[in-house]
Design a protein around this ligand. Structure first.
Ligand code: NDP
Ligand code: BG6
Length: 516
């Protein structure tokens, strides 16, 4: 007997129960998703496409409407035109796409104008079920207007009967003081459980996997500490430069753009103790505790770099950071940084956590790497390389453990090899959702586990603010590195000096393509 297909609300309710094990709450209510900054780059490249995918896959509550708000005098058709190139619409999805855009409306107004927000509020109330609807506001905006916009939402646009949640994009300030000011401001308008600070790395499959890998296996627990781990390396690499985004980037630099948030989030998931439960606050309590054990980074533990053009490179690779017309002349902003942090607690004392990130490097890669100590009492004439556990976040998600085996055959000598969990071969038919899809769904469901709490943010800025102020006040010149290289050699020397050992002998044999 075939049962009737589930409605969207039923799917959403089921998903919510599966994900969070809680009782159905308000999946039947209307929801309004408001994108502030709807005409912008983030909105068109990420937010609208994500909402479309969630809508298309039936993952949102039934009665959900989307409202764009920005200064431009746009209509829904303009939004559609701007977003379409990023929406990946299949040929047979035309009808569903039209249904999605029928749920959309757009209002133009000023961010600092109370009248504009009163109109927005009236518009929200006029939508089907709007008076009682839950409201989700996405601030896809430059930080300069956060204060006005959040104040206008807080005073004029809160849901009269349902809940209101506010999603805030980074940058959350530019140092400890400005971030604290923003936090105090937001806290005067919303409760912490209404504020969802996005760090999209927390929405990535392998970043979310860190907790399950660590706390769902017996084998890792006993070696996950200073007795067995020689170094932890957290890496972010991009093979392209600022490409016209230099104006924004120059004001922030790679430490604020990637290290202080994405890499530090990964660090806290690698280093934290097991939480009492998987509830959002239990998890975040442990992350905060780890960060509290990290001293501010010292300049002596840092190498900064800035890319220069490669005269033999192709196209953009010929241009250095300073050749970008949107970058101020003579800028000292780093586009590469390696920093060594120490977690001074019983588990990690003395173990270097090496954070490396950069633009215009040799490849695209984000990974977590634990390098284990040498085997004590060696009997193989120092031919065994150190074990490494690598969680490859992107591209091509994988977990691999570099290890030693007997060279197969008549030999009795050690050889480097790996235990390899390549997602594309083990989970052939699984489509991994984009980070934003998971995170936006979390906001609908009310789960804050993968969002940054205010005390976490404060600790993150405490760790990096003295370094950032020192770099900026002293105008520390970054080391030049060539576009498309691995970054400055000085960074490898630093990494080596704190105990990471690069063998240079490991070769991965990619499984036959038929297996993938
Ligand atoms: P490597 O031994 O090549 O690299 C180990 C680490 O050393 C990396 O962090 C690398 O950083 C760093 N390194 C490289 N050169 C130097 C240097 N001169 N001085 C100091 N450090 C250096 O092993 P990998 O684990 O990286 O594996 C090699 C390749 O095989 C990778 O591309 C990996 O993704 C692939 N592989 C993929 C698997 C899968 O997808 N399932 C499984 C196993 C391996 P840097 O990033 O800067 O080069
Ligand atoms: C953003 C940074 O937070 O992350 C960008 O501002 C960077 O500079 C981007 O390119 C990388 O994200 P992803 O998901 O492509 O690794």
């Amino acid at each position: 007997m075939s049962s009737a297909p589930l409605t969207r609300s039923e799917v959403f309710g089921q998903l919510r129960r599966e994900l969070y094990g809680d009782a159905p709450s308000n999946e039947g209510s209307a929801h309004l998703f408001i994108i502030l900054g709807a005409s912008g780059d983030l909105a068109k490249k990420k937010i609208y496409p994500t909402l479309w995918w969630l809508f298309r896959d039936g993952l949102l509550p039934e009665n959900t409407h989307f409202v764009g708000f920005a200064r431009s005098k746009f209509g829904v058709d303009d939004i559609k035109k701007a977003c379409l190139p990023y929406m990946k619409v299949a040929e047979d999805e035309g009808e569903s796409l039209s249904a999605f855009f029928r749920r959309n409306s757009y209002l133009s107004g000023r961010y600092d104008d109370a009248g504009s927000f009163s109109r927005l509020n009236a518009h929200l109330s006029s939508l089907p079920g709007g008076g009682d609807a839950n409201r989700l506001f996405y601030l896809a905006l430059p930080p300069t207007v956060y204060h006005h916009v959040s104040a206008n939402i807080g005073t004029l646009c809160m849901s009269p009967k349902g809940w209101t949640r506010v999603i805030v994009e980074k940058p959350f300030g530019r140092d400890l003081q400005s971030s604290q000011e923003l936090s105090v401001h937001l806290a005067s308008l919303f409760k912490e459980e209404q504020i969802y600070r996005i760090d999209h790395y927390l929405g990535k499959e392998m970043v979310q996997n860190l907790m399950v890998l660590r706390f769902g296996n017996r084998i890792f627990g006993p070696i996950w500490n200073r007795n067995s781990v020689a170094a932890v390396v957290l890496t972010f690499k991009e093979p392209f430069g600022t490409q016209g985004r230099g104006g924004y980037f120059d004001d922030f630099g790679i430490i604020r753009d990637v290290m202080q948030n994405h890499l530090l989030q990964m660090l806290s998931l690698v280093a934290m103790e097991k939480p009492a439960s998987t509830s959002s606050d239990d998890v975040r309590d442990e992350k905060v505790k780890v960060l509290k054990c990290v001293a501010p980074v010292a300049m002596s533990d840092v190498v900064l770099g800035q890319y220069v053009g490669d005269p033999e490179g192709q196209g953009p690779a010929q241009l250095g950071y300073l050749d970008d017309p949107t970058v101020p002349q003579g800028s000292c902003t780093p586009t590469f940084a390696t920093a060594v942090l120490y977690v001074r607690n019983e588990r990690w004392d003395g173990v270097p956590f090496i954070l490396r990130c950069g633009k215009a490097l040799n490849e695209r890669k984000a990974e977590v790497r634990l390098q284990f100590t040498d085997v004590p009492g060696d009997i193989f004439a120092e031919r065994c390389m150190r074990n490494e556990l690598v969680v490859r976040v992107q591209p091509d998600e994988a977990i691999y453990l570099k290890m030693t085996t007997k060279k197969p055959g008549v030999y009795f000598s050690p050889e480097e090899t790996e235990l390899d969990l390549t997602y594309k071969s083990r989970y052939k038919d699984v489509k991994l959702p984009d980070a934003y899809e998971r995170l936006i769904l979390d906001v609908f469901c009310g789960s804050q586990m993968h969002f940054v709490r205010s005390d976490e943010l404060r600790e993150a800025w405490r760790i990096f603010t003295p370094l950032l102020h020192h770099i900026e006040s002293q105008k520390i010149p970054p080391v030049p590195y060539t576009y498309g290289s691995r970054g400055p050699a000085e960074a490898d020397s630093l990494v080596q000096s704190v105990g990471f050992r690069y063998g240079g002998t490991y070769k991965w044999v990619k499984p036959h393509s038929a297996c993938l």
